[in-house]
Write a protein that binds this ligand. Structure first.
Ligand SMILES: *Cc1c(COP(=O)(O)O)cnc(C)c1O
Length: 413
């Protein structure tokens, strides 16, 4: 594979079967957007769809829309579509709430399925909110659960017969390192523990096989690789065989067996609908559905293959053009153990990333020193990767990163 010339990168874009997807996104000119792992890009069809839901469905059909425009079915309809991206047969995925809230719901339910065990095992690579939610849950139930956070790679050996739940994010949000979902799930089950996977950096990034891996529970994000828009609803997965025994800690009316009977006593619905708490956010779910529909048009195996080729090109170019400035490659070289992002570390990472963003190459920074680039094959091409690394090299060569305006920190990095 020729990684030595920009012309070769352009040629690869020309013969790329996914290249046509780029025009389905409304990306600003002059920008290389490498942050789709944090906020996915805007699909062209989203604005019209949301406008239609606002004016025709909300404005004209008003409350009838819950029936005639099937608003009530949105959480399961969108959930089933997401299910096709993550290897879940219909009826097991619900679009609802935020990822954090879904972690809470499923972790609480899982603990009740293992009343004689009290440990939740996770690792230091997990996204903090997942850990925070279990810490809060533990406080709420008077410390009857204990969160054990171990080193990455030491999870399997930390699982024992006190483990109720193993809770992990499949792809490390900082390094891009990826767990072996099947292996960890099997290790947990062998000890009688349940598993909860966070797919925030998996769903829409590569094929996932929840049913095939025998996963119990999963959660994930709508606004990253699914391009659902800022604050898009998240999703959760509950394997069929757990659905009718899994208790819900947030027992809202729309998870009731018969919400419109308005019984005074809570009676949980059967099936995945039990996990719904309150009224779905129709406008943002409509936007999410556009992103999911677009992703469903793509061949996820091709998405996966291209994302790995983009990462390989990125790393080859960093080696060739940025070798002298002390960047450390953080993402594994082996495609089998990485997600769809590439990270490099540098002590001046924050200022360097600000300089890159100033030049139209948008990635992000994760403390203490990581420059993170999400490579999203539907709208990022080989020439984009080439240009991004050349811009990085230019910033380093000229020292243009070293300016006061690049050291100012906003609320979000
Ligand atoms: C982005 C992300 C979240 C975000 O959770 P919200 O509740 O949507 O803010 C959770 N987990 C992981 C692993 C993430 O990367």
């Amino acid at each position: 594979m020729d990684t030595d010339t920009r012309a070769a990168a352009v040629a690869r874009d020309r013969s790329d079967a996914l290249a046509g997807f780029r025009d389905r996104f409304a990306l600003p000119g002059g920008t290389v957007y490498l942050d789709g792992n944090s906020l996915g890009a805007l699909p062209c069809a989203t604005a019209d769809r949301v406008a239609r839901v606002v004016t025709a469905e909300w404005g004209r059909d008003l409350i009838r829309s819950w029936n005639v425009n099937e608003w009530m079915h949105m959480p399961t309809r969108v959930g089933d579509k997401i299910g096709r991206l993550i290897g879940a047969a219909p009826g097991q995925v619900l679009s609802a709430d935020s990822t954090s809230v879904n972690v809470f719901k499923l972790a609480a339910g899982a603990l009740r399925l293992r009343p004689d065990r009290r440990t939740v095992v996770s690792d230091r690579g997990n996204f903090p909110t997942d850990l925070y939610m279990v810490q809060g849950l533990s406080d709420l139930i008077g410390g009857r659960c204990e969160l054990r956070v171990v080193e990455e790679g030491e999870v399997a050996s930390a699982i024992d017969d006190t483990t109720a739940l193993v809770m992990l994010t499949e792809v490390n949000y900082r390094t891009g390192w990826r767990h072996d979902m099947r292996k960890v799930t099997e290790a947990a089950h062998a000890k009688g523990a349940l598993v909860l996977w966070d797919l925030a950096h998996s769903a829409g990034a590569f094929p996932v096989d929840l049913d095939g891996c025998g996963v119990d529970f999963a959660v994930g994000c709508g606004y990253k690789y699914l391009n659902g828009g800022p604050g898009a609803p998240a999703f959760l997965y509950v394997a069929k065989h757990w659905q009718d025994t899994l208790a819900v800690p947030l027992s809202g009316w729309l998870g009731h067996a018969a919400p419109f009977d308005f019984d005074l006593a809570y009676r949980p619905a059967d099936g995945i609908r039990r996990q719904q708490c309150g009224t779905p956010p129709v406008l943002s779910m409509a936007a999410l559905e556009v992103g999911v529909d677009l992703m469903l048009e793509a061949d996820l195996a091709a998405v996966r293959a291209k994302s790995q080729a983009l990462i390989d090109l990125f790393l080859a170019r960093v080696e060739a053009s940025c070798g002298e400035w002390g960047f450390r490659v953080v993402t594994p070289r082996d495609p089998a153990v990485r997600g769809s992002q590439v990270s490099i570390a540098h002590p001046e990472g924050f200022a360097i990333m600000q300089a890159l963003i100033g030049r139209g190459v948008i990635g992000d920074f994760r403390a203490p020193d990581i420059l993170r680039f999400g490579l999203t094959p539907l709208y990022v091409g080989y020439a984009d990767v080439w240009d991004a690394v050349e811009t990085l090299a230019d910033i380093m060569r000229t020292g243009s990163w070293d300016r006061p305006e690049n050291r100012r920190r906003g609320v979000v990095t």
